[in-house]
Design a protein around this ligand. Structure first.
Ligand code: IMP
Ligand code: MG
Length: 186
Protein backbone atom coordinates (compact mmCIF):
# COMPACT_ATOMS: atom_id res chain seq x y z
CA UNK A 1 0.00 0.00 0.00
CA UNK A 2 1.09 3.52 -0.79
CA UNK A 3 2.45 5.30 2.27
CA UNK A 4 0.31 8.28 3.16
CA UNK A 5 1.79 11.30 4.84
CA UNK A 6 -1.23 12.32 6.72
CA UNK A 7 -1.56 13.76 10.23
CA UNK A 8 -4.51 11.44 10.95
CA UNK A 9 -2.13 8.48 10.78
CA UNK A 10 -0.55 9.53 14.09
CA UNK A 11 -3.81 8.55 15.79
CA UNK A 12 -3.97 5.07 14.26
CA UNK A 13 -2.63 2.14 16.28
CA UNK A 14 -2.68 -0.25 13.36
CA UNK A 15 -4.30 -0.90 10.01
CA UNK A 16 -6.93 -3.62 10.32
CA UNK A 17 -8.36 -3.80 6.81
CA UNK A 18 -6.44 -2.61 3.76
CA UNK A 19 -7.89 -1.05 0.61
CA UNK A 20 -7.27 -4.31 -1.25
CA UNK A 21 -9.15 -6.30 1.38
CA UNK A 22 -12.01 -3.81 1.29
CA UNK A 23 -12.27 -4.19 -2.48
CA UNK A 24 -12.41 -8.00 -2.16
CA UNK A 25 -15.20 -7.70 0.43
CA UNK A 26 -17.28 -5.41 -1.81
CA UNK A 27 -16.86 -7.81 -4.74
CA UNK A 28 -17.78 -10.89 -2.71
CA UNK A 29 -20.86 -9.34 -1.12
CA UNK A 30 -21.94 -7.69 -4.38
CA UNK A 31 -21.85 -11.07 -6.12
CA UNK A 32 -23.84 -12.77 -3.34
CA UNK A 33 -26.46 -10.01 -3.31
CA UNK A 34 -26.73 -10.12 -7.12
CA UNK A 35 -27.48 -13.87 -6.94
CA UNK A 36 -29.99 -13.58 -4.10
CA UNK A 37 -31.92 -10.59 -5.51
CA UNK A 38 -32.36 -11.84 -9.07
CA UNK A 39 -35.95 -11.00 -10.11
CA UNK A 40 -36.65 -9.01 -6.91
CA UNK A 41 -37.31 -5.32 -6.28
CA UNK A 42 -34.08 -4.39 -4.54
CA UNK A 43 -33.68 -1.09 -2.73
CA UNK A 44 -30.40 -0.38 -1.00
CA UNK A 45 -30.84 1.77 2.09
CA UNK A 46 -27.61 3.38 3.16
CA UNK A 47 -27.41 4.48 6.76
CA UNK A 48 -25.66 7.86 6.79
CA UNK A 49 -22.97 8.83 7.22
CA UNK A 50 -20.80 5.84 8.10
CA UNK A 51 -21.84 3.62 5.21
CA UNK A 52 -21.25 6.03 2.32
CA UNK A 53 -17.94 4.58 1.18
CA UNK A 54 -19.12 1.01 1.53
CA UNK A 55 -22.39 1.77 -0.25
CA UNK A 56 -20.53 3.34 -3.17
CA UNK A 57 -18.17 0.37 -3.48
CA UNK A 58 -20.78 -2.32 -2.92
CA UNK A 59 -23.32 -1.01 -5.43
CA UNK A 60 -20.86 -1.06 -8.30
CA UNK A 61 -20.58 -4.86 -7.84
CA UNK A 62 -24.34 -5.42 -7.77
CA UNK A 63 -25.42 -6.55 -11.21
CA UNK A 64 -29.21 -6.68 -10.73
CA UNK A 65 -31.39 -3.57 -11.07
CA UNK A 66 -31.82 -1.66 -7.83
CA UNK A 67 -32.63 1.76 -6.50
CA UNK A 68 -30.91 3.50 -3.63
CA UNK A 69 -32.12 5.61 -0.76
CA UNK A 70 -30.58 7.15 2.33
CA UNK A 71 -31.49 7.46 5.94
CA UNK A 72 -29.78 9.31 8.71
CA UNK A 73 -30.20 8.26 12.29
CA UNK A 74 -28.35 9.15 15.43
CA UNK A 75 -28.30 7.48 18.75
CA UNK A 76 -28.55 9.87 21.62
CA UNK A 77 -25.21 10.32 23.32
CA UNK A 78 -21.93 10.90 21.52
CA UNK A 79 -18.56 9.27 21.99
CA UNK A 80 -17.75 5.61 21.57
CA UNK A 81 -20.92 3.96 22.93
CA UNK A 82 -24.53 4.04 21.72
CA UNK A 83 -27.43 4.59 24.08
CA UNK A 84 -30.11 2.60 22.26
CA UNK A 85 -32.43 5.53 21.72
CA UNK A 86 -32.51 6.30 18.01
CA UNK A 87 -33.52 9.58 16.43
CA UNK A 88 -34.35 9.88 12.71
CA UNK A 89 -32.59 12.90 11.21
CA UNK A 90 -33.49 12.09 7.61
CA UNK A 91 -36.08 9.59 6.50
CA UNK A 92 -36.28 7.70 3.19
CA UNK A 93 -37.40 9.72 0.15
CA UNK A 94 -39.90 7.12 -1.03
CA UNK A 95 -42.18 4.39 0.31
CA UNK A 96 -40.78 0.85 0.35
CA UNK A 97 -44.03 -1.11 0.28
CA UNK A 98 -43.64 -4.34 -1.70
CA UNK A 99 -39.91 -3.82 -2.18
CA UNK A 100 -36.93 -5.85 -1.00
CA UNK A 101 -35.01 -3.64 1.37
CA UNK A 102 -31.33 -4.20 2.03
CA UNK A 103 -29.98 -1.97 4.78
CA UNK A 104 -26.33 -1.09 4.17
CA UNK A 105 -24.45 -0.29 7.38
CA UNK A 106 -20.88 0.47 8.32
CA UNK A 107 -20.67 -1.55 11.53
CA UNK A 108 -22.90 -3.75 13.64
CA UNK A 109 -21.84 -3.13 17.22
CA UNK A 110 -24.40 -3.46 20.04
CA UNK A 111 -27.05 -3.87 17.34
CA UNK A 112 -29.34 -1.29 18.98
CA UNK A 113 -29.42 1.02 15.95
CA UNK A 114 -30.13 -1.74 13.45
CA UNK A 115 -32.73 -3.59 15.50
CA UNK A 116 -34.62 -0.32 15.79
CA UNK A 117 -34.28 0.43 12.06
CA UNK A 118 -35.35 -3.05 10.97
CA UNK A 119 -38.48 -2.80 13.11
CA UNK A 120 -39.27 0.67 11.79
CA UNK A 121 -38.89 -0.36 8.14
CA UNK A 122 -40.87 -3.61 8.61
CA UNK A 123 -43.87 -1.53 9.67
CA UNK A 124 -43.93 -0.01 6.16
CA UNK A 125 -44.81 -3.37 4.54
CA UNK A 126 -41.77 -4.10 2.39
CA UNK A 127 -41.55 -7.62 0.88
CA UNK A 128 -38.37 -8.23 2.86
CA UNK A 129 -35.79 -6.48 5.03
CA UNK A 130 -32.22 -7.73 5.33
CA UNK A 131 -28.95 -6.25 6.54
CA UNK A 132 -25.60 -5.94 4.81
CA UNK A 133 -22.96 -4.69 7.21
CA UNK A 134 -19.37 -3.98 6.28
CA UNK A 135 -18.07 -4.75 9.77
CA UNK A 136 -19.39 -6.89 12.60
CA UNK A 137 -18.24 -6.64 16.22
CA UNK A 138 -20.03 -9.72 17.62
CA UNK A 139 -18.51 -9.47 21.12
CA UNK A 140 -20.47 -6.30 21.77
CA UNK A 141 -23.91 -7.47 20.69
CA UNK A 142 -26.78 -6.83 23.10
CA UNK A 143 -29.73 -6.59 20.68
CA UNK A 144 -31.11 -9.54 18.75
CA UNK A 145 -30.26 -8.66 15.16
CA UNK A 146 -29.25 -10.83 12.21
CA UNK A 147 -27.11 -9.59 9.32
CA UNK A 148 -27.44 -11.76 6.21
CA UNK A 149 -24.32 -10.22 4.64
CA UNK A 150 -21.20 -9.45 6.67
CA UNK A 151 -17.98 -8.04 5.23
CA UNK A 152 -15.71 -9.12 8.05
CA UNK A 153 -15.65 -9.43 11.81
CA UNK A 154 -13.55 -7.08 13.91
CA UNK A 155 -12.37 -7.37 17.52
CA UNK A 156 -13.78 -5.22 20.31
CA UNK A 157 -11.64 -2.18 19.47
CA UNK A 158 -12.75 1.24 18.30
CA UNK A 159 -12.11 1.42 14.56
CA UNK A 160 -12.13 4.37 12.16
CA UNK A 161 -11.69 5.07 8.47
CA UNK A 162 -13.54 4.03 5.31
CA UNK A 163 -16.57 6.03 6.45
CA UNK A 164 -16.28 5.25 10.16
CA UNK A 165 -15.62 8.20 12.42
CA UNK A 166 -14.66 9.26 15.87
CA UNK A 167 -16.28 12.62 16.57
CA UNK A 168 -16.82 13.09 12.78
CA UNK A 169 -13.11 12.68 12.04
CA UNK A 170 -11.19 9.96 10.12
CA UNK A 171 -14.05 9.06 7.74
CA UNK A 172 -11.86 9.85 4.74
CA UNK A 173 -9.10 7.38 5.54
CA UNK A 174 -9.18 4.80 2.72
CA UNK A 175 -8.58 1.85 5.07
CA UNK A 176 -9.94 0.70 8.44
CA UNK A 177 -7.64 1.22 11.41
CA UNK A 178 -7.76 0.85 15.17
CA UNK A 179 -7.92 4.24 16.86
CA UNK A 180 -5.35 4.76 19.61
CA UNK A 181 -7.28 4.71 22.91
CA UNK A 182 -5.46 7.87 24.04
CA UNK A 183 -7.39 9.78 21.35
CA UNK A 184 -10.79 9.11 22.94
CA UNK A 185 -9.78 8.92 26.56
CA UNK A 186 -8.44 12.47 26.57
P1 IMP B 1 -24.84 -0.05 17.53
O1 IMP B 1 -26.22 0.54 17.61
O2 IMP B 1 -24.19 -0.17 18.88
O3 IMP B 1 -24.77 -1.33 16.75
O4 IMP B 1 -23.96 1.05 16.86
C1 IMP B 1 -23.85 1.21 15.54
C2 IMP B 1 -23.23 2.54 15.22
O5 IMP B 1 -22.27 2.96 16.21
C3 IMP B 1 -22.48 2.41 13.94
O6 IMP B 1 -23.30 2.67 12.83
C4 IMP B 1 -21.38 3.43 14.11
O7 IMP B 1 -21.83 4.69 13.69
C5 IMP B 1 -21.11 3.45 15.59
N1 IMP B 1 -19.96 2.59 15.95
C6 IMP B 1 -19.97 1.45 16.64
N2 IMP B 1 -18.73 0.94 16.78
C7 IMP B 1 -17.92 1.78 16.13
C8 IMP B 1 -16.48 1.80 15.91
O8 IMP B 1 -15.70 0.91 16.30
N3 IMP B 1 -16.02 2.85 15.18
C9 IMP B 1 -16.82 3.85 14.69
N4 IMP B 1 -18.15 3.86 14.87
C10 IMP B 1 -18.69 2.84 15.59
MG1 MG C 1 -23.29 4.53 11.49
Amino acid sequence: MEVLTNEMLNDIEKVLITEEEICAIAKRLGAAISRDYEGKKLVLVSVLKGSVMFMADLMRYITVPCRIDFMSVSSYGSGVKTSGVVKINKDLDKAIEGEDVLIVEDILDSGMTLSYLVELLRQRNPSSVEICTFLDKPERRTADVYAKYVGTQVPDKFVVGYGLDYDEKYRNLPFVGVLKPCVYSK
